[in-house]
Design a protein around this ligand. Structure first.
Ligand code: ZN
Length: 499
């Protein structure tokens, strides 16, 4: 132990170097997903690998560790404390697993992702099964290094994505969903089907682009600090609050797909653009967690973007853009169609009601893989059984079944529940917001900026300097409570379907 005095300032050069690598990697990654030519990936990946390694060692090295351990908490500002907390987490993560095993695993995951792609294309799970089996083995081994006495392996994995949201709480959450949402879905399916056929006429792509840019601007997306582009799968990325980028994907025969993904990614982007200058380009310069980020995108997409009040000031413009297709479709018909419920196979295309059932299937299977040692070759059968039980449908093949998501191949086991938590956070936030803001009235008057200002005040500005639970409690006055989500879904769809 050295007795040399250290100050937070001593960390700055390391943190800034790390930030610069982070920026470079994100820019290349953005490019790879939008503009880069088809055959570039393997060569660019080589450069990315080197940059990632540099980024890692810019932070994880003996010098930084010495400074980190020498810092006295009481001498630090709030922001510095938050950054130090994040830095310590990075250390815990890196020290939890021996470096050589982590390297082996990274290589395995890269291969597994390639094989998964091929297996999905060929609808052949058995091709992928041996790789998934190894991934599961490694994840269990890694979780074992950090597992507390008597604790569960799956909790360690869950902690890697949404800290402190463990099996006990998630079991309660999902069992409520099971109890309330499955019967609701059955009732909806017996009600009169909603006609959304007008979404699937021919819609000129250039005109769609024009409208989606207008829509993002209307939401408050700042084009002086942001960009919209196209990619196969829509996503959001940012390197700081002055450069936030979203993508969307346009289909000639589907109007609602691009619109809803623009609103969804726009929600992520408003979060990133709203982070305070003091936090951006630091370790706490991004969203508080996956679930908190998803709560914002889902709030804009589902709570606002599928409501009549949201569309009242916008719909005439959309009708003017597509008079032939929408001239005869009323605002009411349009909004009803946005809320059509139909159990289907693909999670990313799921409606608002069935979405969480898709997550529930994955959650239950992850628990079985990690905690009950269910063999990998049993998974497709279990998957199909659960889809039949919860959604009333059986996938025709593994491509629209267990092979549809990339997550497990990359080693992301324990990630899925944060999507469902995001929806539940959104409903809890909305419950409080409605008491303090005339949400519908603001939307009808086109004053969505006041709603964003509210979210900015309570959530966005803090970036990751506060924990999700802390922000949720400060805003809503209570701990995480999934009842608001169930209540929201029931009220909404009983009304949409006049049950
Ligand atoms: Zn999202």
């Amino acid at each position: 132990m050295s007795n040399k005095k250290v100050a937070f300032q001593d960390l700055i050069p390391y943190l800034e170097k790390n930030m610069a690598f982070h920026t470079a990697i994100n820019i290349i990654d953005w490019d790879a997903n939008t503009l880069a030519p088809e055959e570039s990936s393997e060569y660019t990946a080589k450069a990315m690998g080197i940059l990632s390694q540099e980024q890692f060692t810019s932070l994880i090295n003996p010098k930084v560790k010495e400074i980190m351990e020498g810092l006295k908490e009481e001498a630090l500002s709030q922001t510095e404390k938050a950054i130090l907390r994040r830095l310590k987490k990075e250390y815990q993560k890196s020290e939890a697993v021996p470096a050589n095993e982590m390297r082996e695993f990274t290589e395995l995951a890269a291969r597994a992702t390639n094989v998964w792609q091929k297996a999905k294309k060929e609808q052949n799970f058995s091709l992928y099964a041996p790789y998934l089996e190894k991934i599961v083995e490694y994840k269990k081994k890694f979780a074992g290094y950090s597992k507390k006495e008597g604790g569960s392996l799956y909790n360690v994995l869950l902690d890697g994505y949404e800290e402190s949201f463990h099996v006990e709480e998630l079991d309660r959450f999902f069992s409520k969903l099971k109890e309330e949402i499955i019967p609701l879905l059955k009732k909806v399916e017996q009600a009169e089907e909603i006609d959304d056929s007008f979404f699937y006429q021919e819609y000129d792509i250039e005109k769609q682009k024009e409208f989606n840019v207008f829509l993002a601007e209307y939401m408050g997306f700042n084009f002086k600090r942001g960009v919209i582009a196209e990619s196969e799968h829509p996503f959001t990325t940012s390197w700081h609050n002055h450069d936030v980028r979203i993508t969307t994907h346009y289909y000639k025969d589907n109007l609602s797909s691009a619109i809803l993904s623009t609103i969804h990614e726009g929600g992520h982007a408003l979060y990133e653009q709203g982070i305070r200058d003091e936090f951006t380009q630091t370790l706490v310069g991004d969203g508080a967690s996956c679930a908190m980020h998803e709560s914002q995108s889902r709030f804009y997409e589902n709570v606002l973007g599928r409501s009549e009040a949201f569309w009242e000031p916008l719909y005439p413009k959309l009708q003017d853009t597509f008079p032939k297709q929408l001239g005869q479709v009323s605002l009411g018909q349009f909004v009803r169609a946005l809320n059509k419920i139909k159990a289907d196979f693909i999670r990313t295309e799921a409606d608002e009601l069935t979405y969480c059932l898709h997550i529930m299937v994955r959650y239950e299977l992850e628990k079985q893989m990690i905690e009950e040692d269910v063999p990998v070759d049993k998974l497709p059968g279990l998957w199909n059984q659960k889809y039949q039980e919860y959604l009333g449908i059986t996938p025709n093949n593994d491509k629209e079944g267990i092979l549809q998501d990339v997550h497990w191949s990359m080693g992301d086991i324990g990630y899925f529940p944060s999507y469902a938590l995001g929806n539940a956070f959104a409903a809890q936030i909305y419950h409080t917001m409605k008491k303090e803001l005339p949400v519908e009235e603001l939307l009808r008057k086109g004053k969505i900026a006041e709603i964003t200002a509210y979210l900015r005040e309570h959530i966005h500005q803090y970036g990751a300097s506060k924990e999700p639970r802390e922000m949720l409690k400060a805003l809503t006055g209570e701990e995480f409570n999934p009842d608001y989500y169930i209540q929201y879904l029931k009220e909404k769809f009983e009304q949409v379907y006049q049950l």
